[in-house]
Design a protein around this ligand. Structure first.
Ligand code: UDP
Length: 476
């Protein structure tokens, strides 16, 4: 029993969407490889989706890497991530009593070999475990699976509200030039326009939620960010001045590659990956393919999809395009036969791709992305420049950073036109500008590799974090 008590046990609770789950899973695998016992908590809906997707690896997880579930309080037919405000509210309202019960169950599972819980790691947008962590006397780790710049805008939201920038007063703000206004005052961030802010900050139905979760970071015992110092130093420094100890441990995808092989296969994907696209990539020229994906949550109009399709066609560039079920508002098969016929020799369409493998494939030379944080970071790790077409959450901020701060991408206007798509694809894939961005993102990729190597900033932060949790154990 004494030995059992000395094993650290992390309970990990992601926000119930694919991107945050992926990042939390990477962290879980790293902690497991460093000797932690893991309880990974998904919503029932997510866990069923993962099982149905054929990602059976989760079933094969070892007995000391367990899955548990909580209800999100929504009926099965609810759109969930397509109605983020409702999902966030419902999970925050319904999750806590079940989470408390789970913690109680884990406490009483010690005779069955489950070590006492040593820390709760929950997404930055899921702060409700804070109370029970206090009660149990264990640290709550707030893991922001968002970008540092995105988190920063959430944390400084009260300032933006006070100065009257957000929320939008009414829908006219979208068209009367208001969105172009510069905000000079977010510590650590360059001057952003209102339109570069997270969509969650602009509207009342999400603003209250992200604002209060941003402030809840002040109560956490420790904060983790999936980035690295050389990428985000000014943003991180400004946050560090105001928050509990903050560690940068990214890119987790690279750090987890070196984690224990026996479990690195545990998948948390809600879709079945179509690996056949990698064989297609094998037959393409180096750096010739543009990879197109808008992540797991985006819903776009049929009109926009068609503009993108015809822009890709006109660019004459080979492309691999992820058209996820649910990507287009209510319509499954929308690409016209004429388009499919014209691009059949230089395109590959899938419903879900093994994205990391795709981005790191030598044939891929560019990424048309929605600028979700995981996708952005994965593109940096692979040294692939981007075209950014943000849709929601903190994607506009990430896209702005990619084009204006890191200079590794170009921005697409929100009123997507096929001529622009064609022009941007050409500039990225064939122009001098694209060459320069490829060089710059290559340097960032090298910096990310240095960060996760022994002695690098993220490697060292991860070691410190693990030691801190283990030290808490020694004090018991
Ligand atoms: N992803 C994937 N296959 C796809 C599309 C996306 O594996 O076909 C993964 C991608 O690698 C990333 C996650 O899904 O880890 C998407 O997260 P991100 O933060 O980029 O965007 P979100 O889906 O949260 O909007």
């Amino acid at each position: 029993m004494a030995l059992l008590n000395k094993r650290p046990h992390a309970v990990m609770l992601p926000f119930p969407a694919q991107g945050p789950i992926n990042a939390m899973m990477q962290l879980a695998q790293i902690l497991y490889a460093r000797g932690f016992y893991i309880t990974f908590v998904n919503t029932q809906y997510v866990q069923e989706r993962i099982s149905r997707s054929g990602s059976v690896e989760s079933v094969k997880s070892p007995p000391d890497f367990r899955f548990e579930t909580l209800p999100d309080g929504l009926p099965p037919e609810h759109g969930r991530t397509s109605k983020l405000a409702e999902l966030s509210r419902s999970f925050t309202d319904n999750g806590p009593p079940y989470f408390d019960k789970l913690m109680d169950k884990l406490k009483h599972s010690q005779p069955d070999g489950v070590p006492p819980v040593t820390c709760i790691v929950s997404d930055g947008l899921v702060s409700f475990p804070q109370k029970i962590a206090r009660k149990l006397g264990v640290p709550r780790v707030s893991f922001w699976t968002h970008s540092a710049c995105g988190f920063s805008t959430y944390f400084f939201a009260p300032l933006l509200v006070e100065k009257g920038y957000i929320p939008l007063k009414d829908e006219r703000c979208l068209t009367n030039g208001y969105m172009e206004q510069i905000i000079p005052s977010i510590p650590g961030l360059p001057h952003l326009r209102i339109k570069d802010l997270s969509f969650s900050l602009l509207r009342m139905n999400m603003l209250e939620f992200v604002k209060s979760e941003g402030q809840a970071a002040l109560e956490a015992d420790l904060i983790l960010l999936n980035t690295f110092e050389d990428l985000d130093r000014p943003v991180i420094d400004a946050l560090r001045d105001r928050l509990p100890p903050l560690y940068t441990i990214g890119p987790l995808g690279l750090l987890s590659e070196s984690a224990n092989d026996t479990i690195s296969d545990i998948s948390a994907s809600m879709w079945t990956e179509e690996t056949s696209c990698v064989k297609w990539l094998d037959c393409q020229d180096p750096s010739s393919v543009i990879y197109v994906s808008f992540g797991s949550i985006t819903v776009m109009s049929r009109e926009e999809l068609l503009e993108i399709a015809w822009g890709l066609e006109a660019s004459k560039q080979p492309f691999l395009w992820v058209i996820r079920p649910g990507l287009i508002d209510g319509q499954p098969d929308v690409l016209p036969t004429e388009f499919l016929e014209r691009v059949k020799d230089r395109s590959f369409l899938v419903r879900w791709a093994p994205q990391m493998k795709v981005l790191s494939h030598p044939s891929v030379g560019g990424f048309l992305t929605h600028s979700g944080w995981n996708s952005t970071l994965e593109s940096i790790c692979a040294g692939v420049p981007m075209i950014s077409r943000p849709f929601l959450a903190e994607q506009p901020t990430n896209g702005r950073f990619a084009s204006e701060v890191w200079k590794i991408g170009v921005a697409m206007s929100e009123d997507v036109k096929r001529e622009d798509v064609e022009d941007l694809v050409r500039r990225l894939m064939r122009g001098e500008e694209g060459q320069q961005m490829r060089k710059t993102v290559g340097e960032l990729r090298d910096a990310s590799i240095r960060a996760v190597r022994e002695g690098g900033s993220s490697y060292t932060s991860m070691e410190k974090f693990v030691q801190e949790i283990k030290r808490g154990l020694d004090c018991e």
